[in-house]
Design a protein around this ligand. Structure first.
Ligand code: FE2
Length: 139
């Protein structure tokens, strides 16, 4: 079972961003399934590390794109990303202290991305997509 399914309802109208979101969702589902099947927690943790790294690159890419295009809501968008970064940091600390597990981190990521894509990302999507095509450079 997949926890999040990418469909047109999640599209922000920019192929490069949709591609990154699809990749993120695919990684989240893979990790979720690995955990559900009771596969090695260490392995699930490694998948989560890779996923966190990709998520961090994706958020930075979005921010530089929005900045380059003069998006008027950039500041509040970045604030949402910062909230995500803070929560991940806190969960990682709790994980290191044995107070949170890989599933807690993954659950937070899935919930946050689902809501963020549907709301904030689609808002910049409707601002950017009619204006110009974004070059497909950061897969
Ligand atoms: Fe975003």
């Amino acid at each position: 079972m997949d926890l999040v399914v990418w469909n047109e309802e999640l599209s922000v109208g920019l192929p490069v961003i949709d591609g990154q979101h699809k990749k993120l969702i695919g990684m989240m589902n893979a990790d979720y399934n690995a955990l559900r099947k009771g596969e090695d927690r260490k392995q699930a943790g490694e998948v989560l590390d890779e996923l966190s790294r990709y998520a961090a690159v994706h958020l930075t890419y979005e921010e530089s794109l929005l900045e380059r295009r003069g998006y008027p809501e950039l500041e509040s968008h970045v604030r949402q990303h910062d909230y995500y970064r803070d929560q991940i940091l806190m969960l990682r600390e709790r994980h290191a202290a044995g107070e949170a597990d890989v599933g807690d981190l993954l659950k937070f990521m899935i919930g946050w991305f689902k809501a963020h894509i549907r709301d904030a990302d689609q808002r910049y999507g409707s601002f950017l997509s009619p204006r110009e095509k974004v070059p497909d450079t950061a897969g």
